[in-house]
Design a protein around this ligand. Structure first.
Ligand code: C2E
Ligand code: MG
Ligand code: MG
Ligand code: MG
Length: 282
């Protein structure tokens, strides 16, 4: 019977494997169909200067409008896109689309807006990122200093000389670099300075309970102070209420992003939001 059990286990394993392979193949073809068929869209969430309350830019956040499953958030498909390699063509599309749309945004308070784009580690390793960025900029005519690339600390942690060289050349183009979800990884600030990073995005997990958790508050204050001593701009993610905003302002945090200001929205809505914001005095 042991032999039968073994055979059964093997068959079950085989079926599970087969199912996984099928699922991966299905996803890959869905991705390709989705990219070709315009099923992906970018939503934009405003980034605000906390002193003036002016909009200074927006983060591009991808969504997948799957005809069968409806609107999917990136938490559902980015990990699969990364493990399947589909993040490379998807990420290239995101860069082109974000630059194309940002090129037509009106200035705010006399200042051109920045568009922030999330980049996965895989895009550095397999993506020919420099060329993709250069093409997105030249096709759109967007000034390089209006594009901000968001990297996570883990992308930098597993950096190779090649990744460093790519970052260096992006900085030479004039593109800005920002560290996303800052505080959740292990970056040394001195190292970030050496990479000529422009901005730290303080992870929302520290921002959410800022008014009630003294440790979170100490962490945020320390990040802002250290960043400023290195001439880095700070932005807080996940600002959800006016109390958190007041603490961030008292710490001297430069910028903020969160549901308190606005949720991510389709581009047409973002442009209406800009028109309305431009008319409101700070
Ligand atoms: P992220 O880059 O840290 O983006 C911020 C996420 O926090 C967004 O979720 C945004 O909607 C959400 N958020 C903003 N304000 C608040 C707030 O006040 N409260 C709360 N609870 N959440 C807030 P979203 O759009 O679901 O994106 C999740 C993640 O997916 C992003 O995290 C980013 O890591 C990834 N992602 C999104 N678009 C892209 C993309 O084009 N390429 C890559 N590689 N990753 C992307
Ligand atoms: Mg981000
Ligand atoms: Mg983030
Ligand atoms: Mg985050």
């Amino acid at each position: 019977h042991a032999k039968d059990a073994g055979r059964n286990t093997y068959r079950m394993f085989d079926e599970a494997m087969n199912h996984q392979v099928q699922e991966a193949l299905r996803l890959r073809s869905n991705f390709q169909r989705g990219l070709a068929g315009g099923e992906f869209v970018l939503h934009y969430q405003p980034l605000l200067d906390l002193q003036t309350r002016r909009v200074v830019g927006a983060e591009a956040l991808v969504r997948w409008h799957d005809p069968e499953r409806g609107m999917l958030s990136p938490g559902h498909f980015i990990p699969v896109a990364e493990s399947s390699g589909m993040i490379v063509p998807l990420g290239a599309w995101v860069l082109r689309e974000a630059c194309r749309q940002a090129a037509r945004w009106p200035v705010q308070g006399g200042q051109p807006l920045v568009v922030a784009v999330n980049i996965s580690a895989i895009q550095f390793k397999r993506g020919n990122l420099e060329q993709t960025v250069a093409d997105a900029l030249s096709e759109s005519g967007l000034a390089p200093d209006r594009l901000e690339i968001e990297l996570t600390e883990s992308t930098l942690l597993h950096q190779t000389d090649e990744v460093l060289a790519t970052l260096q050349r992006l900085r030479e183009f004039g593109v800005r670099l920002s560290i996303d979800d800052f505080g959740t990884g292990y970056s040394s600030l001195a190292y970030l300075k050496k990479l000529a990073v422009n901005k730290l995005k303080i992870d929302q997990s520290f921002v959410r309970d800022l008014t009630s958790d003294p440790e979170d508050s100490a962490i945020v204050r320390a990040i802002v102070d250290m960043a400023h001593s290195l001439n880095l701009v700070t932005i807080a993610e996940g600002v959800e209420n006016t109390e958190v905003l007041a603490v961030l302002r008292s710490f001297g945090c430069d910028e903020g992003q969160g549901y308190y200001f606005a949720r991510p929205m389709p581009e047409a809505e973002f442009r209406r939001y800009l028109e309305a914001a431009e008319g409101v005095p700070a």
